[in-house]
Design a protein around this ligand. Sequence first.
Ligand code: ADE
Length: 239
Amino acid sequence: MRIDVISIFPEYLEPLRLSLLGKAQREGLLSLNLHNLRDFTHDRHRTVDDTPAGGGAGMVMKPEPWAEAFAHVLAAGRSAGHGEPLVIFPNPAGERFSQARAQELSGHDWLIFACGRYEGIDERVYDYLADSGIAVALLSLGDYVLNGGEVAVLAMTEAIVRLVPGVVGNPESVVEESHSNGLLEYPLYTKPAVWVDPAGTERAVPEVLLGGDHGKVAAWRREQSLERTRQRRPDLLEN
Ligand code: ADE
């Protein structure tokens, strides 16, 4: 999978070089390419924003650097042999990102994330991409406003790439986790079978988990998942 990120703060995305995603890059499962939007400006101040047409607070990202950045990224990806990309704009006004969406996006060969800052990006950038036949999606991390798309890209990229086959060592560990089956995950325990906590209380692992009956363990976990979901996220059960 190839991922390009265009941002005025490409350093913000450097954590994507660490840990599991870093390993995926070293193993050739992921090609991550970070681009500074200011490299596609031509004035002394490397300007990427201007005042909103019609007035109002804040600044709006200018279309010209975005068009140049996309031309550069599209050419780079195509010459590396990729087909058509999906361009994702993280945006609080977009469709809600979810585990199901992460699963779907993990099957794409090429994603381009475009991080807006300030009040947003000139609307003509979206129109231009759509009219050029490029698939575009606006995705929101949740119903709150961040200062820009970078944090959303960190979260979405991690959620997507860990679902690419081969990235997580044990494929079963991405099957039985919260949201993968529409429910929250059951409680987890490890050794010791009885733990004396710092206050002196003995806390035992539920007996069913130590009995070796896989059918009973599965039934208990399912019940715990349902109960947790009922308590914490009843909205998930309605869907
Ligand atoms: N940019 C600003 N807020 C955002 C959000 N909630 N989700 C995605 N991108 C954003």
